[in-house]
Write a protein that binds this ligand. Sequence first.
Ligand code: FE2
Length: 409
Amino acid sequence: MILRWFIFFLLIIGFNWYSSLAVKTITKHSWIYYAYLLVNLLIILNFTAQISLTNFSTYFFYSLGLVLVSIVFQISVIVFLFMEDFIRFPVWIYRIFGNGIDNSLSYMPSRRLFISQLSILLASIPASALFLGMLKGKYNYKVINHQLSFKRLPKDFNGFKIVHISDFHCGSFDNKEKLSYGIDLINKQKPDIILFTGDMVNNIADEILPWKELISSIDAPHGKYAVLGNHDYGDYKAWDSDDDKVNNLKKLIDLQKEMGFTVLKNAVEKIKINQSTIDLIGVENWGSGFKQKGDLDKALLNTNSNDFKILMSHDPTHWKEKVLTHNQHIDLTLSGHTHGMQFGIEIPGIIKWSPAKYRYKHWAGIYQELGQIINVNRGFGFLAYPGRVGIYPEITLITLKDKESLKSV
Ligand SMILES: [Fe+2]
């Protein structure tokens, strides 16, 4: 552990020193150079102090965000300086061989002002994007509309509106006004039903308390339903006893019930309009590389294979590995979990990219395979990095359409 910290600090000091060479080149004022070194050092020391407090407060996540901004800036500068040094060093060696090793340091070509200026200018772009993502991006709510047609949807459900939300991560919220706006935006969609696909908290049930009243105000005539995500089980926190952990999960479910959610744990609920019903299935978390408590077979026990089915399952890898290959046809699956890594570029119809795509095949939006559809929500909250760049908090509005409308498309 000590060795790991030693290597970490060595790297940090190395990055800081190497990137500072660009600052040294572009300014004659030595105080600017020292101020650069000092600011980066303070950012790291502040973060280390926050880690030692081990209370994962909002302030901790901001200090982590600043470390990200600082390191992304430094690495971007270093890429340019390294390319320059790739040329400088062979020239230096060549001159030493040509002129002898006396005064060898004076043979080193000096840094180009232009390269250092360019490196700082270009490094400022991703660093400022990450900084702005913390100030604005994380509350930049987007309503994403999907009209989805299904062959076996009962006619009575034609036009049924689902608001799909996911990944609140209550412990990360830090602005009541902005959150109120997001909650209001959910209600403004006038959904028939609200489906929340897990990760209500980061670690502990009490994270809900400051926002309980606000979240309770989410409302729809056919009710609101929730499933558990990997973060809801308290697996990422050290507990004093096993009982504490069990009680925390119980409290989390109780609080969700008090807020008006029906929590589906490997269970099914029949949603009824007139004489028609559809199956709303909710499973516990099942993720590749994560907790696998989701039991689709158990949840499907009291269902009729001919009925239209919506499945709520936190992790989209469940769809790929268990749902698609299941003998029962699940018409629509709703998931979250990926957050689209809170970073990427999306221009509809032109580009859709995030590092999340290298970890998850289905990482954001609608996918269709074997006649079944999944919507992967990008998440309503944020985790770890307290910001979002390019991949914004999402409220999905899904309108179900029956086979008649399918014909008319
Ligand atoms: Fe999450």
